[in-house]
Write a protein that binds this ligand. Structure first.
Ligand code: ATP
Length: 378
């Protein structure tokens, strides 16, 4: 159990600044997920926390103690990598015990810890095997076991599941979630997979080009994305984002998606968007917030023709154009079967997002970060 604080931390490789001043508070036993596209600095940040990379400026504090100058072995942190880095000539037991032997723990204590970790991870039957006699998922478990036996204050995971096939990934994701509950330890988990981020995290940090784009619970990140970048990164398929214009039509505020399609903004939202009358915005609506209206025709429905139909089994993705703008809806399979099918949709107006096209930021949002509640109004 530990808290971890990053204060104005930066990292440069020569003239290249890859992390810009970055501050972050990670609470006791929190599972924080760092997510972002390749090259945004996630691994570098994790390696700095582990002590494998120097900090250019700023401080890293664990339980109130600055650890910038501490060697990795003195930080009480265990890291699990994407390539499991197991010793091929050692058994599973020896792989897990190795770090404890190196640190001079007593034999009985080592046995107790290895057996306890093996039980947590369900690998008790494989302790005498060598890594090559294990599946990828089992090897990843051993790598986690090696971290667990150390009983560290903080666990760091660097894309631990990316070498596994799709089914195993999902299984191991659940295992890691269970593991977090069982060992009740602070964990930082790096991934570029937004589904992993959403399913595992207590809070998600979305990173972009060495900066934090948004921090929040999965609920906030999904439902109140702070920018088009976050909206376009989280969710599969991602949020529909198209250019639109806010207009006042006889006292009603509408968002016009083109000459023929406009949606009336809800009364509750109108006050927020009034400053934007006559201006261009980026309109955002998630595919699941375009409901199938069946045969209902009223002012809140629009008819579209499917340009592509992608059945996923439980539901179907229907791609279409509105006034030349490409969008997608997630619908029940019976809503559309093939290209050209006409479908009536009812956009959920309570789920509309508007973004400033100049900055990409949400026009008005309540960012409900833990310990950091603020309203951003542009
Ligand atoms: P990925 O998901 O691909 O692993 P990432 O978000 O983890 O990406 P980092 O590996 O942290 O990104 O890299 C961040 C940036 O720092 C990249 O532009 C990378 O090229 C650069 N970088 C990383 N390590 C070094 C290094 N030792 N020397 C110079 N540049 C580096």
């Amino acid at each position: 159990m530990a808290s971890l604080t990053l204060t104005e931390v930066t990292k440069s490789f020569g003239p290249l600044e890859v992390l810009h001043p970055l501050s972050l508070e990670i609470g006791h036993n929190e599972l924080l997920v760092l997510v972002g596209p390749s090259g945004c600095g996630k691994t570098t940040l994790l390696r700095m926390i582990a002590g494998l990379e120097d900090v250019t400026s700023g401080t890293i504090t664990i339980d109130g103690r600055v650890v910038n100058e501490l060697q990795p072995k003195d930080r009480d942190i265990a890291m699990v990598f994407q390539n499991y880095a197991l010793y091929p000539h050692m058994t599973v037991y020896e792989n897990m015990a190795f770090g404890l032997i190196y640190r001079g723990h007593a034999k009985d204590e080592i046995r107790r810890r290895v057996e306890h970790a093996a039980e947590i991870l369900n690998i008790g039957d494989y302790l005498a095997r060598r890594p090559r006699q294990l599946s990828g998922g089992q090897r990843q478990r051993v790598a986690m076991g090696r971290a667990i036996v150390r009983d560290p204050k903080v666990f760091l995971f660097d894309e631990p599941l990316s070498n596994l096939d799709a089914i195993l990934r999902v299984q191991m994701r659940t295992e890691i979630k269970k593991l977090h509950k069982r060992v009740a330890t602070t964990m930082i988990y790096v991934t570029h997979d937004q589904v992993e981020a959403m399913t595992l995290a207590d809070r998600i940090v979305v990173m972009r080009d060495g900066r934090v784009e948004q921090i929040g619970t999965p609920d906030v990140i999904y439902n109140e994305p702070a920018s088009t970048f976050v909206a376009g990164f989280i969710g599969a398929p991602t949020m529909n984002l198209v250019m639109a214009r806010v207009e006042d039509r006889n006292g009603k505020l509408v968002v016009a998606l083109g000459p023929d399609t406009s949606l009336v903004l809800l009364e509750g939202h109108a006050a927020t968007y009034r400053d934007w009358i006559g201006r261009e915005v980026i309109f955002g609506l998630r595919p699941e917030h375009l409901a199938w209206a069946r045969a209902d025709v009223d002012a809140t429905t629009v008819e579209i023709a499917a340009s592509v139909v992608e059945p996923l089994g439980a539901d179907t993705l229907v791609f279409f154009e509105i006034s030349g703008l490409e969008m997608v809806a997630r619908l029940p399979p019976e809503a559309a079967r093939q290209t050209g099918d006409r479908v009536r949709l009812r956009p959920d107006l309570s789920r509309v997002h508007l973004f400033n096209p100049a900055t990409g930021r949400r026009i008005h949002s309540t960012v409900r970060n833990i310990g950091d509640s603020r309203s951003v109004k542009e």
